[in-house]
Design a protein around this ligand. Structure first.
Ligand code: C5P
Length: 228
């Protein structure tokens, strides 16, 4: 049965400073979003992609992803990431009603290796309700109070930084979005609120989220000389 990837790409990309939606920013000549969608479809285990675009740039986004082929649908997103995912999830229920696995993948993580995408899909197919790719945390993490004074140093041995794609059974993701109250910074967080278990697989440094011009420079360097 099919795997569908929801791709929230409706961010304004203000921190990148290009004066255009981040999804459309060219990276070595190709829009970030096209690279993200090609990475999903090219992994060989994703059959459909549903992109949530900035509402005022739907046609531009459609044109940008056209080279990725016919299995890509574009819908208007919302003002928060959670709303954008909700729009794409509704469209996926219409386009792929019998999907076996739903991935949610940030357009901004356009350089995620195929091996990570495949591992997430396999973990859901093997029975997990929800799966996230993670990396150990290299920095020491401290919590601060409202005046920026350190209140506690967290034990980093048990901390993980979380990437995408995050994988779900369609039932669990629909239940999480039906129950959502506040916006969340990732989709697995909504599943955690249901009291469901979220499994982990190994992430990859190349799945970094492109947020700033510095991240973009790193991505271009990796593309020019791929990382092992
Ligand atoms: O802002 P941030 O980098 O955390 O956004 C993560 C992803 O969510 C990006 O791919 C961005 O385009 C997307 N997003 C969205 N709708 C919003 C805000 C962000 O689809 N309203």
């Amino acid at each position: 049965m099919d795997v569908v990837a929801l791709v929230p790409a409706a961010g304004r990309g203000e921190r990148l400073g290009y004066g255009m939606p981040k999804a459309l920013v060219p990276v070595l000549g190709e829009p970030l979003l096209l690279r993200a969608v090609r990475g999903l479809i090219g992994s060989g285990c994703v059959h459909h992609a549903i992109v949530a675009a900035p509402p005022d740039a739907v046609e531009e986004v459609r044109a940008a992803v056209a080279p990725a082929g016919g299995a890509v649908h574009v819908v208007p997103g919302g003002s928060q990431r959670t709303e954008s995912v909700r729009c794409a999830l509704a469209e996926s229920a219409r386009v792929v009603p019998d999907a076996a696995v739903v991935l949610v993948h940030d357009a901004a993580r356009a350089f995620t290796p195929a091996s990570v995408i495949r591992e997430v899909v396999c973990a859901v197919r093997d029975g997990a309700d929800a799966v996230v790719p993670v990396l150990p945390v290299a920095d020491t993490i401290k919590q601060v109070d409202a005046d920026d004074r350190v209140t506690v140093t967290v034990d980093r041995a048990r901390l993980r930084s979380v990437q995408t794609p995050q994988g779900f059974t369609p039932e669990v993701l629909h239940e999480a979005y039906a129950a959502v109250g506040d916006a969340a910074t990732d989709d697995a967080g909504l599943v955690e609120r249901l009291g469901r278990t979220v499994a982990t697989v190994s992430g990859h440094p190349q799945a970094l989220k492109i947020t700033t011009a510095f991240d973009l420079a790193i991505a271009e360097a990796v593309l020019a000389e791929p990382f092992p």
